[in-house]
Design a protein around this ligand. Structure first.
Ligand SMILES: Nc1nc2c(ncn2[C@@H]2O[C@H](COP(=O)(O)OP(=O)(O)OP(=O)(O)O)[C@@H](O)[C@H]2O)c(=O)[nH]1
Ligand SMILES: [Mg+2]
Length: 435
């Protein structure tokens, strides 16, 4: 949080929206909200890429979050940089459409959207910080209530979004370019710095990318390739703008997407590796419970905390459950081998001569149950052997129901024993006749 003396950089994020979005293609947003979302609330569990709809009801449009304006107040955030902390306050210029008529809703500012994008002094008394549109609009309760300070926002600079992904939007490049050129003319008059931000660079279209670069050159400014989905270069775009606004914050240095992506990936790989190692060493029984462990890790383990930050709690749980499943499978396998080995020993001991074993495995089973030393080889349990605590003991006696659930393997042991016995007997006879 900035103190009253520290400078706050007020950023307006602009780009195609509303009716412009649907020109010549599907009305899919260019990524303004996701860029803001990743920047303001970067944690994996706070990143909601598909929860920022701008087609709303007249009723929701009046909600304090939208407040009948075509801009959203995303709140304030402090980011570290090589030149110290930088404080940001961010708004997104957008255009809300009526969910019935698909026409632009009538807001407080009556200018066309491209002109509104260049507005420097925004006012909206009691406007609330926006988080997401799915639940916040209907039920503000449960959401942090932060009011736009004094109901005013004075823009220091602009991030102009250029969507470089063509496949999903189906919107011709020309339409986006024409719109941005119109916006740029308005912004240029304000004399405020602007940075062109390539969005969705994780799925770029080369023609769009080249055009976006050329457009930035034409605007005589920097072009930053970002991906909100992959959390690449998002902070950098805002920091470069801050450096253009406040010269004490250093010289802007653009980092290529490929370089930034590689760095991110290396960090992510280390984080995933750290959490996996934690699970491998710390979770040694499949009875370990996620609820207990996740609470403990949250308090005490940096690897876990870092993993949840980047990958989210659901993925952390998924890896944890995968580890438990593996442990369970390994234990089953180990115990199965032990029981089959006990079965072989049992057959050798109880039937030194196979002619007493019965004609079939089924018959042999019957005979085994009648043996006086049955309990030396078998254990009868109330619950199924797979769900039994018995699996985690050192007892290598065979759970009796194991013979039912693993008939095939038991049959193999039985047949193998008979075969070996016959072979040995034959070998003995041959040796005798040779003498
Ligand atoms: N591949 C990819 N898709 C993205 C990225 N960021 C956003 N999208 C997708 O683009 C769509 C629109 O994103 P928004 O951020 O809502 O777009 P917007 O510019 O705010 O849209 P409006 O405010 O309605 O004009 C969503 O379906 C996102 O999932 C990204 O980094 N990579
Ligand atoms: Mg939006």
């Amino acid at each position: 949080m900035a103190t009253s003396k520290e400078k706050v950089i007020h950023v307006a994020v602009v780009g195609v929206s509303g009716l412009e979005s649907s020109k010549g293609g599907q009305p899919i947003g260019v990524g303004k909200s996701t860029l803001c979302n990743r920047f303001m609330r970067p944690l994996a569990d706070d990143y909601k890429p598909d929860a920022h709809k701008t087609v709303v009801s007249k009723y929701d449009f009046k909600n304090h979050v939208i407040n009948s304006d075509h801009f959203l107040y995303w709140g304030d955030v402090t980011k570290p940089s090589d030149y110290g902390d930088i404080h940001f306050s961010v708004i997104e210029q957008t255009e809300f459409l009526d969910d019935r008529s698909y026409s632009t809703l009538e807001g407080s500012n009556k200018h066309p959207y491209y002109k509104r994008c260049g507005a420097l002094k925004l006012t909206s008394p009691e406007k609330l910080m926006y988080i997401d549109s799915y639940h916040q609009l209907g039920e503000e309760e449960g959401y942090v209530r932060k009011v736009l300070p004094k109901g005013k926002f004075n823009v220091d600079g602009f991030l102009m979004v250029f969507d470089v992904n063509s496949t999903k939007q189906g919107r011709p490049l020309r339409n986006q370019l024409e719109f941005l050129e119109k916006v740029y003319k308005v912004i240029a008059k304000t004399k405020k710095p602007v940075v062109i931000v390539g969005t969705k660079c994780d799925e770029p279209d080369d023609a769009f990318l080249n055009e976006a670069r050329a457009f930035a050159t034409q605007c005589n400014t920097h072009f930053v390739e970002t991906s909100a989905h992959k959390a690449v270069n998002v902070d950098l775009a805002f920091i470069i703008l801050a450096q253009l606004i406040d010269k004490t914050k250093g010289t802007p240095t653009v980092v290529l997407y490929t370089v930034a992506f590689r760095e991110q990936k290396e960090i992510l790989d280390r984080i995933v590796d750290g959490y996996q190692k934690l699970l491998d060493t710390d979770v040694t029984s499949y009875h370990t419970l996620w609820l207990t462990k996740s609470k403990e890790y949250q308090r005490t383990n940096q690897n876990y905390v870092a993993y949840v930050k980047r990958m989210g709690i659901a993925n952390a749980k998924k890896l944890f459950e995968k580890r438990r499943k593996l442990l369970k499978e390994e234990l089953f396998e180990r115990r199965k081998e032990q029981f089959l080995s006990t079965l072989l020993k049992c057959l050798e001991k109880v039937f030194p001569d196979v002619s007493y074993m019965g004609e079939s495995w089924e018959a042999c089973r019957g005979i085994l149950t009648e043996q006086s030393d049955f309990n030396q080889w078998f254990v009868v349990m109330a619950e199924e052997w797979q769900s039994s605590q018995y699996l985690e003991t050192d007892d290598i006696r065979i759970p009796y129901d194991f013979l039912d659930t693993n008939t095939e393997e038991c049959l193999k042991v039985f047949e193998g024993y008979v075969e070996k016995f016959m072979e040995e007997e034959k070998a003995g006879e041959n040796a005798e006749s040779a003498e």
